[in-house]
Write a protein that binds this ligand. Structure first.
Ligand code: BES
Ligand code: ZN
Length: 639
């Protein structure tokens, strides 16, 4: 081959590779389903919850609209047993195959159903199946693992790509369905799902509960739970659900929910989902909160007694617009869900608390963002707002990056836009964004195009040109590494906290500092601890003592403060006293929330490998399988 030919063919290969990478963002690569050929539109699901076998016996009727002619429907599954597939109109059995060659694929196993269809045709199929114990979308808890310790409990977690372990479906955020969900549970347990309660039927030993989700949602927003669940009404549209030991405490803790919803509505557009209920899960729940529509799931670790951790609820409420109404098209655009939600969450915090508390929250989270960027690698795709996910499990890219880099981008846009306008123009554009894209799934490019169009519409040609010339879309979104702009989050609290930190390092804190600290809002305490955590300085025994005395760890209980303290000791403590280790081990057994477990196990392992390993082994069976998988992955990386 001549030199010239070689160069041409190299360029040709490069172009092909580049176009494969670019086109991978136009389509969800974490699904096997042929959703571009035939689209699911509605599901009617019957979930029979079998606490003895710890599985769900499911029957699901799925409605589709064909977009093109075709002869096969491909659905996502993982860890499911498929019993039969019928054409729902004719009752005829359809041939199907679970393509086992994909056994080890990050996306599970495709289910191919052979059925001819023509473009425009509506078809319905009925699938009978069982979940299996090797799946992790459903967690069955024995009665000892619950707060009440008398009845078993079960809950699902489908985000990001676990809905395929609960029922066969087109498991992609690109496709939305309406859903009716029936749960059959044994008496005296209560069954609940992410929709509006319709009715219940008594079958003798069991009861079937019916729920309806009329607003189209992606599969990852289907959620179920069953257990000895009680309810407390806290406002016209909000009930708190949970075990009786927690439900009253939670009703107090989350009393401000209605206020948060109204603040979010005032900033965005009216709430579309009818009810907004909260379900308090047992302690193994792996997240802080999960925005299941009409039924946010939350960790019991938020119950601090002083409402100080309720901003997680403000976050989940915000998803009612960003995420649930307007949804990312694929997991590569996860920041469209989480970055926008952080932005709305902090709008609620500004009004419900104060502007400076929202800023300080943004400030210490920015430090943690920097940390995650370094951890993933400044030049690695996972540190960009558009991670390359082909062949990867989308949960492995989970970090502060979509949340905080996304938030910082929107915060930057807001200031830039509003500095050229007399009104809150950014808010106006966001409201139009929610109105235009509601019920849809969109790509980052859709947002960019819409934003540019609005800027050109709303501002003078000169101002629009100036605004648009300042936005480096590629650096913010596609490029890995640090955000191109450093936002200023200075606020009226930082100086006070920073002065205290300076004195802390010089061992000069006044005797009454404990009182000052106790009076601080939890967000200030988090800022204080996060600064010490991110600082490389070693903590001597006086400082370690100071921390444990000041934080009031024995009397007071606040999961965020306790977590922050243990991180400081593990990362920088000159010594790791046995009593501290004991308290840490207790904490690790208390909540299964990954936000705490993952960094704590990582730091503990680096400090005292044997005890960390033994602690993990001891508690492993009480953690959620998602948490177990990710902690094991973290520790494996450390060797
Ligand atoms: N949607 C997320 C939880 C999630 C993300 C589950 C990815 C599975 C995969 C939820 O809204 C969330 O972000 N929760 C945070 C709340 C925090 C940012 C206030 C959490 O769990 O800590
Ligand atoms: Zn979120």
């Amino acid at each position: 081959m001549s030199y010239l030919n070689k160069n041409i063919s190299l360029n040709f290969i490069l172009v092909i590779i580049l176009s494969i990478i670019i086109s991978s963002y136009q389509k969800d690569t974490n699904t096997f389903s042929n959703y571009e050929v035939i689209e699911q539109t509605n599901i009617e699901a019957n979930f029979n919850i079998d606490f003895t076998k710890k599985v769900i016996h499911g029957t699901i009727k799925m409605y589709f609209t064909a977009l093109e002619d075709g002869e096969v429907i491909v659905l996502d599954t993982r860890a499911l047993k498929i019993n039969s597939v019928l054409d729902s109109d004719t009752g005829e059995e359809l041939e199907f195959v679970l393509d086992e060659q994909f056994q080890l694929d990050a996306n599970g196993i495709p289910l191919k159903i052979y059925k001819n269809f023509n473009a425009g045709e509506h078809i319905a199929i009925l699938i009978r199946y069982d979940t299996t114990e090797s799946g992790s979308a459903v967690q069955f808890l024995d009665s000892e693992q619950t707060t009440g310790k008398k009845y078993p409990f079960m809950f699902t977690q489908c985000e990001s790509i676990l809905a395929r372990e609960l029922f066969p479906n087109q498991d992609t955020p690109a496709v939305k369905v309406t859903a009716s969900m029936a749960l059959t549970v044994e008496k005296p347990l209560f069954g609940i799902a992410s929709g509006i309660f319709q009715n219940k039927i008594d079958n003798g030993d069991t009861v079937t509960y019916f729920y309806l989700q009329k607003v189209p949602v992606p599969s990852y927003l289907v959620a179920l739970s069953a257990g000895a669940i009680e309810e407390r009404v806290i406002s016209d549209r909000t009930k708190i659900y949970g075990e009786k030991e927690l439900v009253d405490l939670a009703a107090y803790e989350f009393e401000d929910t209605e206020n948060f919803i109204q603040l979010a509505e005032a900033y965005t557009i009216p709430y579309e989902w009818g009810e907004y209920n909260l379900l308090i899960l047992p302690s193994s729940f792996p997240y802080g909160g999960m925005e299941n529509p009409t039924l946010t799931f939350v960790t019991p670790s938020l119950i601090a007694g002083d409402k100080s951790l309720a901003s997680v609820v403000a976050h989940e409420i915000s998803h009612s617009w960003s995420g649930n109404l307007v949804t990312m098209n694929s997991w590569s655009d996860f920041w469209l869900n989480e970055g926008f939600t952080m932005f709305l969450q902090r709008k609620i915090m500004e009004k419900a608390y104060d502007l400076d508390l929202a800023k300080i929250d943004a400030k210490f989270n920015l430090n943690e963002l920097y940390n995650d960027i370094i951890k993933y690698g400044e030049s690695k795709s996972f540190s960009s707002l558009r991670p390359y996910l082909v062949g990867r499990n989308s949960d492995d890219a989970f970090s502060k990056i979509p949340y905080e880099k996304g938030f910082n981008f929107l915060f930057y846009l807001e200031n830039l836009v509003n500095s050229h306008s007399d009104i809150d123009l950014f808010r106006k554009i966001l409201r139009q964004y929610f109105t235009k894209f509601k019920y849809k799934s969109i790509k980052y490019e859709d947002f960019r195009e819409f934003f540019i169009e609005k800027i050109n519409e709303e501002l003078s040609p000169e101002a629009a040109k100036e605004v648009l010339s300042k936005i480096d879309w590629v650096k913010w979104i596609e490029a890995p590494g640090f955000p191109p702009v450093n936002n200023d989050f200075s606020n009226k609290y930082s100086t006070e906290v920073e002065n205290a930190i300076e004195k802390f390092y010089k061992n000069e804190l006044p005797d009454n500092f404990k009182e000052t600290f106790t009076k601080w809002h939890t967000i200030l305490k988090q800022y204080f601890l996060s600064n010490i955590r991110e600082n490389d300085k070693e903590l001597d025994d006086t400082q370690l003592n100071m921390l444990s005395t000041v934080l009031n760890l024995k009397e007071g209980y606040n999961a965020e403060v306790n977590f922050g303290y243990f991180m400081c000791v593990l990362l920088h403590g000159k010594t790791l006293e046995n009593n501290v280790k004991e308290a840490l081990i207790n904490f690790l057994g208390k909540f299964g929330r990954m936000k705490y477990l993952r960094p704590l196990y990582t730091a503990f392992y680096q400090r005292d490998k044997e005890t960390a390993k033994a602690t993990f082994e001891k508690y492993k069976s009480s953690y959620h399988p998602i948490a177990v998988r990710l902690i094991e992955l973290d520790l494996k990386k450390l060797g």
